[in-house]
Design a binder for this molecule. Structure first.
Ligand code: LAN
Length: 666
């Protein structure tokens, strides 16, 4: 590694200017409740599901919204007529079929050019018969696909003993909460009556008359575009067994199972103030209410909350991937601003008001109570945790809790009304309770099921949805939170914090790849993972000359582009190997620069070039322009964290400046 000289005065003042502009821009983006929140679009199946729910419920969507939704569907259409699984993806049968259906339900005329092109793509790629199972499921609700063309989602699984290895409580909570209403709707074979539009759609989505299609032979038909995780022999065997059961199931048992499912659905609605865990179960739970006799009240109560998922963005109106990004965006914006403070940036004084308000938001959105009867509904304790969005949602997340705790401790001395000490201690206790046996942390719960369960993944389009395993990102955040908590509360928890940190560090070491990188699961991809991997090790007390850190640093340096930036393609996530993006990306460059700065990278020239890239990429308003999406889930689906481009560059430049400042003084 080369040893460069510290940045000259010119660059220091350029970075200070950039930071001041960036800070003003960030402060200007804060919302009235003290939080930041942003566009959280990307997945293309969500808005159609929202529209389909409205058709089933017979609820009108106001015309202004309808038009903005149609704008979105047109603006995100690929040149070949298709829609991708996400807005940057090649055509997917799943989302193209749903997008076509939603466009017709929203009133776009059949003969319009965009519709003709979508139909053309559907017909040329094997028709709706090849849509991934979730797509066929939605079509079945609309009477556009018969239930016997689907593999069963058995309600009775919920009646098996909780100790059984396939009990739904073992699943990742998102899979569990999606397959819960699906099991109810499958059990009922719930469909709305066919109307004229339905008959027309049946003609458009298939290449033969609907009545002549042997749907039951297409249970396993899937278009190549939708077949990321092809059915395993185990899944095929399970489907065969479930079909046999479905043909012979005792009626009384089905009734009992459906009752049990409704109990869980109602509990989830109530526990989340009708926000629901995510957008998919938010839609599907409501579809369940449409088909039950006593569902009217739940439906009426929940509409306002559902509409908070909508986002009117630059490309039209979409359904966001979560209720909001508020807590997540806020804790990062705060840390970016704090990093400027640590870098000794003059003029931060103007922003203490911003920080006070942001802290109030963080404090007000910590979960302070456990849910009643949590265990009976397979919920881990919640008290002390932070969610990704806001309090009423109420599902604590490991890393959100750790980031919330970090911010509370960092601001404790500077704000008028800090998070009470007892609540910080609750957060520490919760984080400790989340740690897995392998030393790592999962996303929402302790890991509950065997890895083999992934072989039963019935979605085919998504990877890694069945079990909440340990992730380097969540592990790193929890180590960081705990390491600081250990200093804040040296007399508490005996040596439990220390032990947890050490075990976490061990997990990070074993999950590092031989090339020095970590594979990320919630951001693209090795760049994101490596930021967390290195930050977690350092927070856990690993020195910066440890071989693991040096290895990570050389990984990053080897990926730096000519222009000083980093750019990783989202295909890294699905292909699970580093795929370079043709352009450097500000967000990824920020992750890389921050990692190098924290790791005391000796190659100051590389860092100078990265900083220069970020400074030059900044817009006149102090933000950074829209770029490739940097968020992802389940290997295949991108999700846009729109505010990343506004706080990560500020944060990285500030940490870099702080480090070079120190160098200058010494
Ligand atoms: C999220 C959003 C938050 C995110 C972080 C906290 C950033 C991460 O560090 C851990 C994982 C988590 C909680 C996460 C997991 C997957 C989610 C819930 C999402 C990306 C938001 C939407 C996505 C959800 C699964 C979308 C619905 C699709 C299914 C396959 C069920």
């Amino acid at each position: 590694m080369k040893n460069g000289s510290p940045p000259d005065e010119k660059q220091t003042s350029a970075v200070e200017r950039a930071l001041r502009l960036g800070l003003d821009n960030l402060a200007g983006m804060q919302t009235e409740n003290g939080s930041w929140r942003g566009d959280y679009g990307g997945p293309q199946f969500l808005l159609p599901m929202y529209v389909i729910l409205h058709r089933i419920a017979g609820r009108d969507i106001p015309v202004g919204r309808r038009n903005r939704m149609l704008d979105y569907l047109a603006n995100t259409q690929n040149p070949d007529g298709s829609l991708g699984l996400h807005v940057q993806g090649d055509g997917s049968m799943f989302t193209t079929v749903l997008g076509y259906t939603a466009s017709r339900l929203l009133g776009r005329p059949r003969q319009e050019d965009s519709m003709a092109r979508m139909r053309g793509w559907i017909q040329a790629n094997g028709t709706a018969l090849g849509a991934a199972p979730w797509g066929k499921f939605c079509l079945a609700l609309l009477n556009l696909y018969p239930w016997d063309g689907l593999n069963p989602v058995l309600p009775e699984l919920w009646l098996t003993p909780a100790s059984s290895p396939v009990h739904p409580s073992r699943l990742w909570c998102h899979a569990r909460q999606v397959y819960l209403p699906m099991a109810y709707l499958y059990g009922l074979k719930a469909s709305i009556p066919a109307d004229d539009l339905c008959l027309e759609l049946r003609r458009d989505l298939y290449d033969r008359p609907y009545n002549e299609i042997p749907f039951h032979r297409h249970r396993d038909t899937v278009a190549p575009t939708d077949n990321y995780k092809p059915a395993t022999p185990l899944l095929k065997a399970a489907n065969t067994a479930m079909l046999a059961f479905e043909k012979a199931h005792p009626r009384a048992l089905r009734k009992k199972a459906l009752r049990e499912l409704l109990r869980h659905i109602d509990y989830e609605d109530k526990a989340t103030s009708f926000a629901n865990l995510g957008p998919v179960n938010a839609v599907l739970n409501r579809v369940c209410h449409c088909f039950r006799e006593d569902g009217k009240e739940a439906l009426e109560q929940g509409w306002d909350m559902l509409d908070r998922y909508l986002w009117d963005g630059h490309d039209g109106m979409k359904m966001n991937g979560y209720l909001s990004t508020e807590l997540w965006d806020t804790v990062f914006a705060v840390q970016a601003i704090l990093a400027c403070d640590k870098a000794g940036l003059q003029g931060l004084g103007n922003h203490w008001d911003t920080m006070e308000k942001a802290h109030d938001f963080v404090r007000a959105n910590q979960i302070t109570e456990d849910l009643p009867d949590a265990e009976a509904f397979y919920r881990h304790p919640s008290r002390g945790g932070w969610p990704f969005c806001s309090l009423e949602h109420g599902w604590p997340i490991t890393d959100c809790t750790a980031e919330g705790l970090k911010v509370s401790m960092a601001l404790e001395k500077s704000v008028d009304n800090p998070v009470p000490k007892e609540r910080m201690i609750d957060a520490v206790r919760l984080i400790l309770s989340f740690q897995n046996d392998d030393g790592g942390w999962s996303s929402y719960e302790k890991r509950r099921g065997g890895l083999w369960l992934e072989q039963l993944n019935p979605s085919l389009v998504f990877g890694d949805i069945m079990v909440d395993i340990s992730y380097p990102e969540c592990t790193s955040a929890c180590i960081q939170g705990l390491a600081e908590a250990r200093m804040r509360f040296p007399d508490l928890f005996d040596d439990r914090i220390q032990t947890a940190v050490e075990r976490g560090v061990r997990f990070l070491r074993t999950s590092q790849r031989t090339d020095g990188s970590w594979e990320g699961s919630w951001g693209v991809c090795f760049t994101y993972g490596t930021w967390f991997g290195v930050s977690g090790l350092l927070a856990g007390g690993v020195p910066s000359d440890d071989p693991a850190i040096l290895n990570a640093v050389s990984f990053l340096l080897s990926r730096q582009k000519q222009d000083g930036g980093w750019g990783e393609h989202h295909l890294s996530c699905s292909q699970r190997r580093y795929v370079e993006h043709p352009q450097s990306q500000a967000v990824m460059t920020s992750w890389a620069l921050m990692t190098l700065a924290r790791a005391d990278c000796g190659d100051t020239v590389a860092m100078d070039r990265a900083a220069k890239f970020l400074i030059e990429a900044q817009s006149a308003d102090g933000g950074w322009p829209r770029e490739a999406i940097a968020g992802v889930f389940n290997r295949t689906c991108l999700i846009n964290y729109d505010n990343y481009r506004h706080y990560f560059p500020v944060w990285a430049l500030a940490e870099w400046l702080a480090r070079t400042g120190v160098q200058k003084r010494t």
